[in-house]
Design a protein around this ligand. Structure first.
Ligand code: GLN
Length: 505
């Protein structure tokens, strides 16, 4: 089988092929490494490619399989991790100069889990510095391009993860979502991305951004592949104090059943607040078409009103910087990470700290640290952080009410398709924040969300977002797979077949 054929297969197909002995993990891992070597000069999904480690795991899995060992069903199928996930002995940068040379002495639980399942690690993917951003342009290690059109961003902050999957460099990939960083890059690259219920996937060893919002989640080219990876990542972890005790449901079989069961009787609640003025016409039209397809496949469409969503974005941009400013105070040049000495004046702990933080952090991270420390300062705490937490409660109540009349809530994942490079990042950071309007409510409420490809507008993918109640992630897979199947003609041309072959440099 040719390399191209192998890299275009889904993770579910690859797992079946391995089990049937059609090819070895070494062959298929090498096929992905070859693809990486060919397209990285254009796409730049990775900060670090870990070819050696990938082939080592692949060889081990091949040996075990040959010896008749009992293996995880996806053993031998390669994966990538966002470079925010700690990996023993492999540099983990968070996209920041601050951690440019940091080699973790321990594994994040999610990495441990993919290792234990026998998934070869192809590499660590690019991201906005400390996961702050929506374009991956805030990485200290260069831009990642959108495989659909290299003049456009892949979204962010898990832009490298999404691009690695869309460019067939990896079948699936691990990202993180604090305000949309898995779902929005999935939307921009025509892939499937899931933010699980808060606390259902361990955050141990994942570099923190905003601890009450952060979740790890899967990216893939199909709903079933996302389900398979989610199932590997999820589960209780005593090392994460916010980890839920729940057993891990069978997401993969929910997706497989959902694909054939269709959408009959499923109620989709269209969120009134997430459409209209300020939304790209092509995005809205593609979303409406997908809704019509869902209706034709038996779904019932209702409109739901969530008035508090008008304040959600403001609440997020207070809570997130507040928590981030606190989490990032550990990068002080003393314990680990970059240390710079002042170029003039006396060297004291304070001037060293100042020089290290000035040199180590990029502009967006500094902006958020300043915002956060201001919001948390005495005298302003109640007015800003306190009010934002109240909005959070209102958002949770609105969601609870809406889920009384709908199985899942739906909206476009983002108001636009993938932006051009430099379009808004530097000119107007606030404008970029507005692009998170559809994804952040789920993080504020702790509920799970999925983005799947709805179709294409002007040559760029449009994401369709599904939200479910907390601990009902499985609904996203059942209904998501039903919708994916109903959209198959569009999806076929967008996700699997239609990604233009990249010009190889
Ligand atoms: N774009 C959002 C932000 O910049 C989301 C980030 C994230 O989910 N990590 O904060």
């Amino acid at each position: 089988m040719s390399n191209t054929e192998l890299t275009k297969r889904t993770a579910v197909e690859l797992a079946a092929g391995l089990a049937a002995g059609e090819y070895s993990s070494t062959e298929l891992t090498q096929a992905h490494l070859d693809r990486i070597a060919a397209v990285e000069p254009t796409v730049h999904s990775f900060i670090t490619v870990t070819a050696e480690s990938a082939l080592e795991t692949a060889a081990r899995v091949d040996q075990q399989r040959a010896a008749g060992a009992e293996l995880h069903p996806f053993a031998g199928v390669p994966v990538t991790h966002k470079d925010l996930v700690s990996t023993t002995g492999i540099k983990t940068t968070a996209g920041s100069k601050m951690l440019e040379n940091w080699v973790p002495p321990y594994d994040a639980t999610v990495f441990k889990k993919t290792q234990e399942a026998g998934l070869p690690l192809l590499g660590k993917t690019n991201l906005d510095e400390f996961a702050m951003g929506s374009t991956t342009e805030h990485s200290a290690f260069g831009n990642t391009t959108n495989p659909w059109n290299p003049g456009h961003v892949p979204g962010g902050s898990s832009g490298g993860a999404a691009a690695s999957v869309a460019a067939f460099e990896a079948p699936f990939s691990v990202g993180t979502d604090t305000g949309g960083s898995v779902r929005q890059p999935a939307a921009f690259t025509g892939t499937v991305g899931v933010k699980p219920t808060y606390g259902s996937v361990s955050r141990y060893g994942v570099i923190a951004m905003a601890s009450s919002l952060d979740q790890v989640g899967p990216l893939a080219r199909t709903v079933a592949d996302a389900a398979a990876l989610h199932q590997i990542l999820a589960g209780h972890d005593p090392f994460d104090s916010t980890s839920l005790p729940d057993a891990v449901p069978d997401f993969l079989s929910a997706a497989q059943t959902g694909a054939t069961a269709g959408l009959k009787g499923k109620k989709l609640g269209v969120i009134k607040q997430l459409q209209g003025e300020g939304w790209d016409a092509g995005v809205l039209a593609t979303f409406q078409e997908a809704l019509a397809t869902a209706e034709a496949a038996g779904a019932e469409i209702v409109e739901v009103d969530l008035p508090s969503l008008s304040y959600a974005l403001d609440a997020y941009y207070l809570i997130m910087p507040s928590e981030a400013s606190s989490n990032l105070s550990r990068y002080d040049g003393v314990r680990f990470g970059l240390r710079e000495l002042p170029t003039d004046g006396p060297v004291t702990a304070e001037t060293m700290m100042k020089a290290s933080r000035a040199a180590g952090f990029g502009a967006e991270v500094k902006r958020r640290i300043i915002l956060g420390t201001y919001a948390l300062s005495a005298g302003y705490y109640d007015a800003y952080y306190g009010s934002a937490q109240k909005v959070r409660t209102l958002v949770q109540r609105d969601f609870a009410r809406a889920f009384e009349v709908a199985d899942v809530l739906v909206s476009p994942t983002a108001p636009t398709t993938a932006l051009k490079f430099g379009q808004e990042t530097e000119a107007d950071p606030m404008a970029l924040y507005l692009g998170d309007v559809a994804t952040i409510p789920a993080n504020l409420a702790g509920i799970p969300g999925m983005s799947l490809p709805a179709g294409v507008s002007d040559g760029l993918p449009v994401g369709f977002q599904l939200l479910a109640p907390a601990r009902e992630d499985i609904r996203l897979y059942g209904i998501g797979a039903g919708l994916e199947a109903a959209l198959d003609d569009k999806r076929g041309s967008t996700v699997l077949a239609g990604i233009p072959e990249l010009t190889v440099a």
